[in-house]
Design a protein around this ligand. Structure first.
Ligand SMILES: *[C@@H]1O[C@H](CO)[C@@H](O)[C@H](O)[C@H]1NC(C)=O
Ligand SMILES: *[C@@H]1O[C@H](CO)[C@@H](O)[C@H](O)[C@H]1NC(C)=O
Ligand SMILES: *[C@@H]1O[C@H](CO)[C@@H](O)[C@H](O)[C@H]1NC(C)=O
Length: 192
């Protein structure tokens, strides 16, 4: 008799506990120190080929303001360009492709003398240790500034999960009339 009362009591407590603690009562977990992960640093060096000319360009204009319809600049203020730019080991056009930069850039300066491209791009790798991984650039790229200029890395995927860092850019080649460019990237990534 005493024992079954105890069992009933425990059952009641259990039911009460289940009733007051539904599985999804909170949208957040307990915040705990991140002690299991150690940060690492990786440096990358490659060349970015942004080719607007020819029959198979890797960068294509997808929009521009009607105000700039007659502008002869390859990237007038407000123009938006989609890219699938190859990343190569070296600056030569036949150098091995090791990845691609996919996304868009927006010509974001009103002044041609301060040409700035706002980059929303994912740099992914197709070869080597970091094949399948990528990092994200969300940054202004002040291409008129003296080199090396800097862009911000704000995240990553795969081996570059939670990456942050920066890239130093140096224009290796630029054709100002058609916008074709080859840019050297030296990237510093802090990731797990
Ligand atoms: C662009 O050029 C055309 C032809 O020369 C002209 O009719 C038009 O007004 C110009 N548009 C602008 C926005 O300047
Ligand atoms: C690229 O081309 C140059 C000359 O055309 C040649 O010397 C070089 O070996 C080539 N490089 C590769 C990676 O194919
Ligand atoms: C630069 O672009 C212009 C315009 O498309 C072209 O005529 C010229 O040949 C290009 N220069 C080089 C070195 O490719």
């Amino acid at each position: 008799m005493k024992c079954s009362a105890l069992v009933l009591g425990l059952l009641a407590l259990l039911l009460l506990a289940m009733a007051t603690k539904p599985a999804h009562c909170k949208y957040y977990s307990k915040t705990i120190p991140n002690i299991h992960r150690k940060e690492k640093v990786t440096h990358l060096h490659f060349y970015y080929f942004d080719i607007l000319s020819g029959t198979k360009p890797s960068a294509v204009e997808i929009a521009r303001p009607s105000l700039t319809r007659n502008d002869t600049s390859p990237t007038p203020f407000g123009s938006l360009t989609a890219t699938d730019d190859p990343l190569r080991e070296g600056p030569e056009t036949n150098s091995t492709v090791i990845g691609n930069a996919r996304g868009i850039y927006l010509s974001a300066s009103q002044y041609a003398s301060q040409m700035t491209l706002m980059m929303y791009k994912d740099f992914g790798f197709t070869a080597g240790k970091f094949k399948g991984s990528s990092f994200g650039v969300f940054s202004r790229n002040p291409i008129w500034e003296t080199t090396p200029r800097e862009v911000a890395v704000v995240g990553g995927r795969g081996k570059f999960r939670l990456a942050r860092g920066f890239a130093k850019l140096r224009t290796h080649y630029l054709n100002v009339s058609n916008g074709d460019a080859v840019v050297e990237y030296r990237v510093t990534l802090i990731h797990y």
